[in-house]
Design a protein around this ligand. Structure first.
Ligand code: GLP
Length: 242
């Protein structure tokens, strides 16, 4: 694993954006695995900035997102499709047809998972998968205790994740209780994994995930088994491992 320690969130975002843009420059038709959450927002801002300066071209890039809430329309301001549109896609020249987020409104979520697995396969796999990390070590919406060997599947969100995400909704009751997420198996097949972390409240889980035992109780711990992981964080979340 490569670790990049940054002074602050802005610097961390820039480093992470550098890694993603390296893929786009070296392979203009690359497949980006993208993530939501507050952590990668600065990275997306930086990518938009470089696009506006003419340094990046997304016209052939394909993207596949980690997860989506079950029951939220793409136009719902808390859906992950909406997040991606407003934080990246609407601001760069990526072809909308090349962007993929699970369909939260699919009448048959299980069938949607299968369709999504096919989409990932048909793209030839993911070149770099961006990952944030939940406080309980979840990646995407793979919660503690989930089997490592799953591809895209439907999950029931834990109380802790619902609480953590309640800040984005009018009330906790409005947070969807289920989501569609790429599984650990799909994530582990990405050729490179870029983990972004920020804030002191992630320090404990970063230590557990990267230096603790590899167990389903800490989903991100499986990343220790991946041959090409880059961890980008500011000082606070890395304070217990440096
Ligand atoms: C959500 C997302 C995850 C994300 C996590 C952490 O639960 N499904 O993909 O990594 O939140 O979010 P944040 O970066 O806001 O801490």
């Amino acid at each position: 694993m490569k670790i990049y320690v940054s002074e602050d969130y802005k610097d961390m975002s820039r480093k992470a954006a550098n890694i993603v843009s390296a893929h786009v420059i070296l392979n203009p038709a690359c497949v980006l695995g993208l993530a939501t959450g507050s952590t990668p927002i600065g990275m997306y801002k930086q990518l938009i900035d470089w696009y506006n300066k003419g340094d990046l071209d997304f016209s052939q890039v394909k993207s596949v997102n980690l997860d989506e809430y079950v029951g939220l329309a793409p136009t719902h301001d808390q859906s992950y499709r909406y997040f991606m549109q407003t934080n990246l896609f609407d601001h760069v020249n990526i072809d909308p047809a090349n962007t993929n987020v699970p369909n939260g409104l699919a009448s048959d979520p299980e069938a949607e998972c299968e369709r999504y697995n096919q989409v990932i396969r048909s793209m030839g796999g993911i070149d770099v998968q961006v990952l944030g990390m939940g406080h309980n070590g979840h990646i995407g919406f793979n919660e503690p205790g989930h089997a490592f060997e799953l591809e895209t599947h439907v999950v029931n969100l834990t109380e802790r994740t619902i609480e953590a995400n309640a800040r984005f909704f009018a009330s906790k009751d409005e947070v969807p209780k289920r989501a569609i997420t790429m599984g650990i198996k799909s994530i582990m097949q990405a050729r490179q994994i870029l983990v972004v972390v920020s804030g002191e409240d992630k320090a404990e889980i970063v230590k557990k995930a990267f230096y603790g035992p590899v167990v389903p109780e800490v989903p991100a711990s499986i990343l220790q088994m991946h041959a090409n992981v880059v961890l980008c964080g500011d000082k606070a979340p890395l304070s217990k491992i440096m």
